[in-house]
Every structure is written in C-alpha cells, then in structure tokens.
Design a binder for this molecule. Structure first.
Ligand SMILES: C[S@@+](CC[C@H](N)C(=O)[O-])C[C@H]1O[C@@H](n2cnc3c(N)ncnc32)[C@H](O)[C@@H]1O
Length: 302
C-alpha cells in the first residue's frame, strides 16, 4: 500500500511534468475530494486504500491531459455555494462573483429586499442561485437554452434548495422575453468570445461547450440582442447588469447607451480587469423607423 505523501508527490510530479501550472493545488483538490479530507497531508504516512488510489491515479491521468479539474471533480464552489458541473455546462468562474456582488450592492443601495430578477444565459445557475441565497425574498428566474446546461441548472437549484423559476428558452427570441415583465434587475453573463478567440482557446476551455462561449464574430452579439430585446421586460429605473470579456467594456457601454441605459457603472474583477457593467433603464422610448434609424424620445408616462 502506498502512503498519502508518496502518492501525493507522485501525482504532483505527473501534473508538473505535463505542464500543469497549478499541479500542487490540483493534486490537493483531487486528494481532498477522493479522501473526503480537507487536510489530506495531515497524516502523511496513512495508507491510501487501493480502490481510492486507483481512482486518484485515473483523475491525475485525465488532468495531465488538460481535462478541466472542475469536470473531473464534478462540483465546484461559487460564492460559497456548491455547484455541480460536467461536460455540457460552463464552469463557474471567480470573475463572475464580481457580477453577483455588483447586483447585491445595487439591491442594498436601493433598498430592494424582494427584487424581481432574471438571470439570462444561466448555465449551471450559479448567478441565480447565489442571488437567491443572498436575497431570500427575491423572485429569481433563470433562463437557459441548452438541455445539458438545464439539467445541471435543475440539479443545482435542488442541491442548494433555492426557490428559482426556470425557463427553458432562447433569450434571443421574443417569445422568451415576453414571458417576463416588470423586472427590477436583469443580470447576464452571456457567451462573449470572438471568432478569433474561439480559434485559440486554452486546451482546458476546449472541453467547455461552444454554445456557452461564442458570442458572434466580434463577441458582442448577445449584448446587442439582450439590451434591445429585454429592455421591455425591465421596469423604468430597473437595472441591466452584464459580465463581459477583457477589453469589451467600451463596446458594451456604447450598446447600453444606444438603447437608453444611463448611469453606467463599470466594475473590476479580482484580477483588475474591467469585468462588469450595470446600467439603469431611463424613461426614453426608442422609436425605430423602417430604415432602421432610431429616435430616442423622453417618455414621462412610463
Ligand atoms: C458564458 S455561459 C454563462 C453561464 C453562467 N451564467 C455562468 O456565469 O457561469 C453562457 C450560457 O448561455 C447559454 N446560452 C447560449 N445561447 C443562449 C441562448 N440563445 N438563449 C439562452 N441561453 C443561451 C449557454 O448554454 C451558457 O450556459
């Protein structure tokens, strides 16, 4: 039988040799999960049971082939909540916690204890779940189109005992948008990679679904479509909050302005990248002409 320490060093060595930068962290996560022990090296000489050793070796082998650690473990934490993940659903990123924090700050600052919130492109449901857990009186709806993602979303809602409405639908379609009205907040982390970025993905990311990543040639397709289409589902004075990629903040701000969203507040993630924007729906009505030109008219009746 092999000891925990011997096996740990061997697995970490395999990952390091395979070029995994986070070899120690990844090995620790695998050991914590497989041994159900947060501090698996506390007893370094403890023998690893054979069946667990076999499983640890299998996971290490897959990880050395650049399979995402989160898919191998099957669960990851987001905002302190457990989220089940696997192929077919985007792995929740720490950057996205910035978006949740921004929405929570908006609620705090505006005294919104029971806001009506929609999370568009919900994926695993991580944003919707974190918001519902933090704002128990909120009415939260998650909208997602992918069947695979929806099955994780449903499982995560159950796992976290979060009372969330789920709409299986395409956020780009009017029939989906029309199912929700009078919203205080729309939050979304839509697909935002460009065609160029899709061609040069880090190996781990190639295991994640393209439908969760690709945002059209310039990466901005969902921002244009959601801002234009879902504006009507928001109350006047309601908020639209987006996450986006590095360098997209100006383009997203322009889209928000085009559709009469004001007071745009940008926020940086933990790595210092401008990652999110939240903006308020103003009272302007947009009148669209057949030649596609637009007139923004201040609407006091809304
Ligand atoms: C970038 S992922 C974000 C997932 C999750 N909100 C998060 O932050 O981890 C985008 C999600 O949008 C979903 N999606 C893509 N196109 C969609 C559409 N037309 N309607 C609804 N959801 C869509 C994908 O399946 C994916 O789950």
């Amino acid at each position: 039988m092999v000891s925990r320490k011997e096996l740990f060093d061997e697995c970490m060595g395999i990952l390091s040799s395979a070029g995994i930068d986070t070899a120690r962290f990844d090995t620790l996560c695998i050991f914590q999960d497989m041994l159900s022990d947060q501090n698996p090296l506390f007893l370094p000489q403890e023998a690893v049971p054979e069946d667990i050793e076999k499983h640890i070796r299998q996971l290490t082998e897959l990880r050395s082939q650049n399979r995402p650690l989160q898919y191998l473990l099957g669960q990851w934490e987001f905002f302190g909540y457990p989220i089940k993940v696997g192929e077919g659903v985007l792995i929740p990123r720490p950057d996205t916690e910035t978006l949740v924090e921004q929405v929570l700050d908006i609620c705090r600052e505006n005294g919104l204890r029971a806001p009506k919130i929609a999370d568009l492109c919900s994926g695993s449901g991580c944003i919707a779940i974190a918001l519902k857990k933090q704002l128990p009186e909120a009415e939260v709806t998650a909208v997602e189109v992918s069947e695979k993602a929806l099955s994780y979303l449903r499982e995560n809602v159950r796992l976290n005992k979060a009372d969330i409405n789920i709409i299986a639908g395409d956020v780009l379609k009017k029939e989906t948008q029309q199912q929700l009205s009078g919203l205080d907040i729309i939050v979304s982390n839509p697909p935002y990679l460009t065609a160029d970025e899709m061609r040069s993905l880090q190996t781990e990311v190639t295991y994640e679904p393209a439908v969760a990543l690709f945002g059209g040639d310039d990466g901005l397709g969902f921002y244009r479509a959601i801002t234009e289409l879902w504006r009507d589902s928001l109350k006047k004075g309601g908020y639209l909050a987006f996450e986006f990629g590095d360098g997209q903040h100006e383009a997203v701000s322009q889209i928000l302005k085009k559709y009469s969203f004001g007071s745009i507040a940008l926020r940086r993630d933990g790595g210092g990248i401008i990652r999110t924007a939240a903006a308020i729906k103003t009272g302007d009505t947009i009148i669209r002409y057949s030649d596609n030109s637009e007139l923004h008219r201040n609407n006091t009746e809304e």
